[in-house]
Design a protein around this ligand. Structure first.
Ligand code: HT7
Ligand code: ZN
Length: 897
């Protein structure tokens, strides 16, 4: 397949300044008439400047009806429709182009372009879906103003929405009606949207910072209206937050969110008309967990924040995707942290930071170590949809965060202000953002560019030395990439500028005031030192005793730190570090070390044992009442099986599972009294409260229940879980009780979960998002030799509520099994891989974007033990021989290369 390269970027030969779109919406054949003002681009390269140039418009899965220039129909020969679009010969310098075409929204299972879901029309245009609606210069550096007229049957489609402001609506003959929308802002085609159907809204009117009235709406199907309050509140909070933190105001009179149940990703930031997966809109206490509530707040924020970072200033080309995505993820992370802990409660903010870093390390570090490794600003791609990745989003957000770590919040704000001053209304590059940050802060950030162009996870090895006589403590940092994957190694050019936050801790557990060599006096207890060379030594003076270093505080850069702490030192940091992130990190390092040792013993068939001292270190955190429940919940969570497998020279999911299960059992049995008392003391009787504090109590209580379910005698857990299931007044508690029952049945070999599973299905049959949880809980359960989960999953595939066509449902069963149940998926007989191959091929025919996501579950196959590796390769080859889409091809071919 054709490879598209960043180096080949050329400005478009033509620009489109305005578009008037008219839609006659009929599911099987929607007619689209597009009238565009087109002109030759004065800034295009000379090659494009020849008179009477050819205009190439993109188009896909369209039926061409006709075209006219300045009102004159184009004869055959002057225009040619083909597989990739429309070619118009001898286009003048400036003209009005009219094109009529048709598309079949009803048959569109790709969920890209115009499609029908539950009888309503929706669009999804990012990245290249607009060309499935009409012929266009479908690239982000072509920005136009849009006027959109929608016509449809009024009874079937009473609501007609598009971007911007409603300027006219009315009746038409034959029971039809129309609505005309105008978006005053120039935008790229990927931000176009329309929605038509039977929907209802909750409305709010607010005043923005400058006093203008704004209409906010959340549109859903009528039966979901009782689940919209949280999304609306999240939107209002987002608007306020962007005004306060960045001085950015909502620029439209009206801002709409629409929920749709068939959707490829989380949500989409179309100008003024955000379209969301129902999963990130609908919530009430009966149907949504605390995690769901948090995710909705984050995604509503994310899409809203795109209005400035993405829409007002957009990307010049898709290689610059992280310009908007990395920056917007950073903004939504900061928003969530502020909503959780306020701007100043560092311990509460750390909870969010820990959650984000867990995702980064588990998912992005793995991506960066495999065949899909790519820089934050990729150099090439086959299918852009495959590059909406953890690297572009999450590592991209870490890169943005480093500017803030280097310059402080004020310096970062100065950079943002300059970025908007320079680039509002433009389509720009990651370099433009970096230059704004550099210029606003008087810094040369040339070296920082490597964060955008080098793939792989940097490793920093740390050496320390204490000179008691001179009272000097030196810290030597050396950066490299270890044994980076080939994909990563190809991109490496030299050392990075790495902001490395460090503190030193005395024997009393308190921070030492820090004075670097050459400084007149000590300043603060955490310092951000800047590593710019391959190796550098930083010396602290006036250090009265040998300290313990607290390295990379608050995870100040997306790197791996290598330092040989002893177990006792890690236990000390876990008990004392003033940096809450590093306190958690010490526990994770300790647990990772012990679990990997256990996995090695499991592989060798040796008996497993976990030190009393390790158990004691965790027991101290669990019972430390000075720590918040939310923090203790995170601190007691062992590293995931996939993260642990990733740390092994050859990943062995079965050994990792045995090790982790053993450790969970040991902690469950040894701390049983603590777990029981925590379960009692963190119960939140009375009315349900959605606050972060109450959610923290629920999280810790449910963790206690989960551990109790692992105990040798799970009778207590089964009793508590059954009672909790029956009495729950919220989904967090009900789902946790069901999960505990599933775990206890696996431990005890009973069917303790059967009754609750049946009840759960019956109770929530009418709530698709809850039924997704029902599928996911079963797909991620532990299973046993007698009851392999693959058998359960295959049986569930035949359940009347299962369908491959709905991405949420496919994710809840298939992805949950293939990506979130490693020990069952990687079962030695290869049955998981055979299932995976079947499903990738089946999905490929319906929805290549979703199929390609599933295809990625095997990309790290080379990192596994030989027997598994061989079976994975066979499955990959089988898929490579059958799939059709460019999306899946790119993934499997890169994996096998
Ligand atoms: N900017 C959006 C990315 C996106 C997308 C969303 C829905 C369906 C298909 C999509 N392809 C790309 C989402 C975001 O990052 O905000
Ligand atoms: Zn985004």
């Amino acid at each position: 397949p054709a490879v598209i390269r960043r180096a080949d970027y050329a400005a478009p030969a033509f620009l489109i300044d305005s578009v008037a779109l008219e839609f006659d919406l009929v599911p099987e054949r929607t007619i689209v008439k597009s009238t565009m003002r087109v002109r030759r681009n004065p800034d295009a390269g000379a090659a494009h400047g020849a008179p009477g140039a050819r205009l190439e418009l993109m188009g896909e899965a369209l039926e061409f009806i006709g075209a006219a220039i300045d009102g004159k129909a184009l004869p055959e020969g002057a225009v040619r429709a083909h597989e990739h679009g429309l070619t118009i010969e001898h286009a003048p310098d400036a003209f009005t182009l009219t094109i009529e075409s048709a598309c079949d929204a009803g048959a569109n299972t790709t969920l890209s372009g115009l499609y029908v879901s539950s009888g309503n029309f929706f669009t999804q245009c990012e990245a290249e879906g607009f060309r499935r609606i009409t012929y266009f210069l479908d690239r982000p550096d072509v920005m136009a103003t849009y006027t959109v007229t929608l016509r449809a049957d009024k009874a079937a489609y009473p609501v007609l929405l598009s971007n911007g402001n409603l300027i006219e609506e009315g009746e038409l003959p034959d029971g039809r009606h129309f609505a005309k929308w105008e978006d005053p802002f120039k935008k790229p085609s990927y931000l176009f949207a329309l929605v038509a159907g039977k929907l209802v809204s909750i409305d709010e009117r607010i005043r923005s910072g400058s006093g203008k009235e704004k209409l906010l709406q959340v549109w859903v199907e009528p039966h979901d209206l009782d689940k919209t309050r949280h999304a609306m509140d999240s939107l209002i909070h987002s608007i306020r937050w962007d005004e306060e933190r960045f001085g950015l105001e909502l620029d439209l009179d009206r801002f709409m969110i629409v929920a749709v149940s068939d959707f490829n990703m989380g949500a989409m930031e179309n100008k003024g008309l955000n379209i969301f997966n129902t999963k990130y809109v609908l919530a009430n206490q009966e149907t949504a967990t605390d995690t769901d509530f948090g995710n909705i707040e984050a995604v509503v924020g994310h899409e809203y924040f795109h209005n400035w970072t993405g829409n007002r200033v957009t990307c010049r080309d898709w290689f610059q995707l992280s310009l908007k995505e990395g920056l917007t993820v950073f903004r939504d992370q900061e928003f969530s942290a502020d909503m959780q802990g306020g701007a100043t409660d560092e311990a509460a903010r750390a909870v969010k930071r820990i959650e984000d870093v867990r995702v980064l390390r588990q998912m992005q570090f793995a991506e960066d170590a495999g065949p899909m490794a790519h820089p934050v600003r990729p150099e090439s791609f086959v299918e852009i949809n495959n590059f909406y990745t953890m690297t572009v989003y999450e590592k991209g957000a870490e890169v943005v965060r480093m500017y803030q770590t280097l310059f402080g919040r004020e310096g970062f704000r100065r950079g943002m202000d300059l970025y908007f001053k320079r680039h509002d209304g433009q389509a720009v590059t990651c370099d433009d953002f970096r230059h704004a940050m550099a210029d606003a802060n008087g810094r040369d950030l040339a070296q920082f560019e490597r964060w955008y162009s080098q793939a792989g996870t940097p490793r920093i090895s740390v050496r320390t030395a204490y000179d008691a006589v001179a009272q000097r403590y030196s810290v030597t940092l050396a950066q490299g990439y270890g044994d980076a994957s080939n994909a990563a190694r190809e991109t490496q050019k030299g050392p990075l500028l790495i902001p490395f936050a460090i503190g030193l801790i005395g024997r009393d557990g308190k921070d030492i005031a820090l004075r670097l060599e050459g400084e007149a006096e000590a300043k603060g207890t955490t310092r951000v030192i800047e590593l710019t060379e391959q190796e550098q030594t930083f010396t602290f003076v006036d250090v009265k005793e040998a300290p313990l270093p607290s390295l990379l505080r608050n995870f100040s850069a997306p790197v791996i730190v290598e330092y040989d702490y002893t177990n006792d030192e890690l236990a000390f940091l876990l008990a004392h570090d003033s940096d809450p992130f590093n306190r958690w990190e010490a526990g994770q390092r300790l647990a990772t070390r012990e679990l990997l040792a256990l996995a090695a013993r499991a592989q060798a068939g040796e008996p497993l044992a976990l030190d009393d001292s390790t158990v004691a270190a965790f027991s101290r955190v669990l019972t430390d009442e000075t720590l918040s429940p939310a923090f203790r919940d995170l601190a007691m969570m062992l590293p995931s099986e996939s993260y642990l497998a990733e740390q092994m020279a050859e990943a062995d999911p079965a050994a990792v599972h045995a090790a982790r299960q053993f450790a969970r059992k040991r902690l469950a049995n040894a701390l049983k009294r603590d777990w029981l008392s925590i379960y009692e003391s963190h119960a939140t009787p009375g009315a349900y409260e959605p606050s972060p504090e109450a959610a923290g109590h629920r999280a810790l209580k449910n963790l206690a229940l989960a551990y109790l379910a692992e105990a040798d005698d799970p009778a207590d857990a089964i009793r508590l879980a059954n009672a909790q299931y029956d009495n729950a007044n919220n989904m967090t508690d009900r789902a946790a009780a069901l999960a505990a029952l599933l775990a206890a049945s696996a431990s005890a070999g009973t069917d303790a979960a059967e009754r609750a599973l049946e009840d759960f299905y019956r109770r929530f049959e009418q709530e698709p998002l809850v039924i997704d949880k029902w599928f996911a809980l079963q797909a991620t359960q532990r299973g046993s030799a007698q009851r392999p989960v693959i058998d359960i999953v295959r049986k569930l595939m035949a359940h009347p509520a299962f369908t491959l066509r709905n991405p949420n449902r496919a994710r809840s069963l298939i992805f949950s099994f293939c990506a979130a149940n490693p020990s069952q998926f990687h079962s030695a007989d290869g049955s998981g891989y055979a299932f995976w191959a079947e499903q990738v091929v089946a999905l490929d025919a319906l929805n290549p974007q979703v199929a390609a996501r599933l295809a990625r579950s095997l990309e790290l196959w080379r990192r596994y033990t030989p027997a598994l590796r061989e079976k994975m390769r066979e499955a990959l080859e089988r898929v490579a021989g059958q799939v059709k889409s460019r999306d899946v091809r790119e993934i499997v071919e890169k994996a096998l290369a």
